[in-house]
Design a protein around this ligand. Structure first.
Ligand code: KIV
Ligand code: ZN
Length: 543
C-alpha cells in the first residue's frame, strides 16, 4: 500500500489481548476470531507468541495456514500473519516455524530500551542492547523479509537512545519500527512529540513504516495513538474491545471510528469494513469471557442509546443533534419488529442477518430450537435475547461434558442441594451434593463427576434485558489446580493459564452450571482430553 495517508491496522487481540487475565482462548476459538479479523479487513494480525507454549505455537500455525492464505471477499490479499518473539534466537526460530505457512508472514521481535528495564529486567548495558537488537533483527531477516522491531517501554526511553537503536534495527533489516508505550505512561503531547522526533532523527526512517502501540493505564491509549498518527505513524496496533495487558490496549473500534468520523482532522484512511465491528466485538467478548462495559465507546450497549428526554426529543427532530455516527456504520441495526412464539425460521434468519450474523442451516436450527424454548417462557424476544442465545449456542467450546439435567432445592429451611446429570466421555453420570448455596451445590456436583479440580476466580451474573423474565448471562473464570503454564513475553516467567466460560438461560442456576461446564470443557479441550459428546446417544452409568 503506497498511499501515504493509508493507516495500517495491526490487530493484536490474539496476542496482547489474549494476555488479559482469563482471556485464554482455545486454538479453535483463536481461529474463529482470526477469520472475523480478516472479514473486518485488518492488514496485519498478531496471532500469538509462539514461544509461550506448544499450544500457542500450534494455534499460530493454524491461523497462518488457514487465514493467512484466504483471499478476502472484497478481493484484498490475505492479511499478514505476525508472530511475536523476544530478541533471542530460540523465540525467533519458533516464531518462524509458526508463521511460515502464511502468504505474508511477519516476525515481530522486541527488546526493552528504557533505563529501568535495561538495568533491572535485562541487566544489560545500553551498548549490549544495541548489539542484541542488531543481531536478532538480522537473524529474523534470514527467515523473513517482513520484520518488525519494537523497543519495549519506548514511552520511558531516552529519545536519543531510541533514534540510535531504531536506526540500527533498520540497518539490520527491520521494515516496521513499532513504538510501544508499554506501561501507558505518556500523555498525547509527549507521545506525539516522541513520534515526531523519531521521524526527524532516526537514520533510514523514511524507508520504513512507523507504528504505535499504546496501553491504557491512564485511559490515554486512543488519544496517544491518534497523536502518533498525526505525527507520522502509519500503522496502529490495536485490539478489539481494547482488551490487553492490565488496563488493556488501544481499541480498534475507537481508533478506526475516530479516523473515519473525523477524517478532515486526520486526513487518513484505513481498510476496515466498519460494519463488521459490532460482530467482532461480540465474538471477542463471548469467547474471552470479558464483558464490554455498557458505556464503552462504539461497542458498549449504551453507545447509541438515547435515554434522556431532551436527547430523545432532539433525535426525533434530527438524528445528528446527538448522534455523530450512524449505528449502521458499525454494524448495529435497530429492527423494531418484535419476534415471538409464532415467528418462524425465516423471520429468525432475517433478524439474525440484520444483527450481522449469516447462519448456516445447522446453526440456524440450533438457535431456532433455543428461540422456541424461550418463546414459551417469554412473550417478547428482543435482539439482546437473540444475541445471548446465539452466543450461548455458537460460541461454546467443544462439549466434552454436556449438561443433561439439573435439579436444585434451596431456601431458608434446608441446606441447598443440587443433583446434576452429565453426559461425558464415559457415558452418563449423575451426582448430588449439598453446598452453601445453590451455585456452590451445583458446582460441587459437577466437580464430583468431572474430577478436574479448579479454583473459581470470578463469577458474575447479569440480566440481558429489563423485566423479571429476562435471560441471565453468567461468566466464570477458573484456574485449574494443576495449572497449565505458558511463558509471558514481557517477563519470561511461566504463568498459570486461566479459563473463562459463559452460559445464558432464563434460569440463572442453569446458566451458572453451563458457564462452569463451558470453562471446564475449555480446559479439557485445550489439554487434548476428551471428545465432543454433544451428538452421542446416552448410555447410563451412575456415579
Ligand atoms: O506493550 C508492549 O511493549 C508490547 C511489545 C511486545 C510490543 O506488547
Ligand atoms: Zn503491549
Amino acid at each position: 500500500m503506497n498511499d501515504p495517508n493509508y493507516v495500517r491496522i495491526f490487530d493484536t487481540t490474539l496476542r496482547d489481548g489474549e494476555q488479559s487475565p482469563g482471556a485464554t482462548l482455545s486454538s479453535d476459538e483463536k481461529l474463529q476470531i482470526a477469520h472475523a479479523l480478516a472479514d473486518l479487513g485488518v492488514d496485519i494480525m498478531e496471532a500469538g507468541f509462539p514461544a509461550a507454549s506448544p499450544d500457542d505455537l500450534e494455534a499460530v500455525r493454524r491461523i497462518a495456514v488457514e487465514v493467512g492464505n484466504r483471499e478476502r471477499e472484497d478481493g484484498r490479499h490475505p492479511p499478514t500473519i505476525c508472530g511475536l518473539a523476544r530478541a533471542v534466537k530460540s523465540d525467533i526460530d519458533k516464531c518462524w516455524e509458526a508463521i511460515q505457512g502464511a502468504k505474508h508472514p511477519r516476525i515481530h521481535t522486541f527488546l526493552a530500551t528504557s533505563p529501568i528495564h535495561m538495568k533491572y529486567k535485562l541487566q544489560l548495558d545500553p551498548e549490549e542492547v544495541v548489539e542484541q537488537v542488531r543481531e536478532m533483527v538480522a537473524y529474523a531477516k534470514t527467515y523473513c523479509d517482513d520484520v518488525e522491531f519494537s523497543p519495549e517501554d519506548a514511552g520511558r526511553s531516552n529519545p536519543e537512545f531510541l533514534y540510535l537503536v531504531l536506526g540500527e534495527a533498520i540497518k539490520a533489516g527491520a521494515t516496521t519500527i513499532n513504538i510501544p508505550d508499554t506501561v501507558g505512561y505518556t500523555t498525547p503531547e509527549e507521545f506525539g512529540a516522541l513520534i515526531k522526533g523519531i521521524k526527524q532523527h532516526t537514520p533510514g526512517v523514511d524507508d520504513v513504516i512507523i507504528s504505535v502501540h499504546c496501553h491504557d493505564d491512564l485511559g490515554l491509549a486512543t488519544a496517544n495513538t491518534l497523536a502518533g498518527v498525526q505525527n507520522g505513524a502509519r500503522q496502529v496496533e490495536v485490539t478489539i474491545n481494547g482488551i490487553g495487558e492490565r488496563a488493556g490496549n488501544t481499541s480498534l473500534e475507537e481508533v478506526v471510528m475516530a479516523l473515519k468520523t473525523r477524517n478532515p482532522v486526520y486526513g487518513t484512511d484505513t481498510g476496515i469494513d466498519t460494519t463488521q465491528i459490532t460482530k467482532a466485538s461480540r465474538m471477542v467478548s463471548s469467547l474471552t469471557g470479558m464483558a464490554v462495559q455498557p458505556n464503552k465507546a462504539i461497542v458498549g450497549a449504551n453507545a447509541f442509546a438515547h435515554e434522556a428526554g431532551i436527547h430523545q426529543d432532539g433525535m426525533l427532530k434530527h438524528e445528528e443533534t446527538y448522534e455523530i455516527m450512524r449505528p449502521e456504520t458499525v454494524g448495529l441495526n435497530k429492527s423494531e419488529l418484535v419476534l415471538g412464539k409464532h415467528s418462524g425460521r425465516h423471520a429468525l434468519r432475517v433478524r439474525m442477518r440484520e444483527l450481522g450474523y449469516e447462519l448456516d442451516t445447522d446453526s440456524l436450527q440450533e438457535v431456532f430450537e433455543r428461540f422456541k424454548e424461550l418463546a414459551d417462557k417469554k412473550k417478547v424476544i428482543t435482539n439482546a435475547d437473540l444475541l445471548a442465545l446465539m452466543k450461548d449456542e455458537l460460541y461454546q467450546p467443544q462439549e466434552v461434558y454436556a449438561l443433561l439435567d439439573l435439579q436444585v432445592t434451596c431456601g431458608t429451611v434446608n441446606m441447598p442441594m443440587a443433583s446434576v446429570r452429565l453426559r461425558g466421555p464415559d457415558g452418563v453420570a449423575t451426582a448430588a451434593t449439598i453446598g452453601t448455596g445453590p451455585i456452590d451445590a451445583c458446582y460441587k456436583a459437577i466437580d464430583t463427576i468431572v474430577q478436574l479440580p479448579t479454583a473459581l476466580l470470578e463469577y458474575t451474573v447479569r440480566s440481558i434485558t429489563d423485566g423479571i423474565d429476562a435471560i441471565g448471562e453468567v461468566f466464570v473464570r477458573v484456574v485449574p489446580e494443576q495449572a497449565f503454564m505458558r511463558k509471558s513475553p514481557q517477563t519470561g516467567f511461566d504463568m498459570p493459564r486461566q479459563f473463562s466460560g459463559h452460559g445464558a438461560e432464563t434460569d440463572i442456576v442453569v446458566a451458572s452450571a453451563k458457564a462452569y461446564l463451558s470453562a471446564l470443557n475449555k480446559i479439557l479441550v485445550s489439554e487434548g482430553m476428551g471428545e465432543d459428546v454433544s451428538q452421542e446417544e446416552p448410555e447410563v452409568v451412575m456415579a
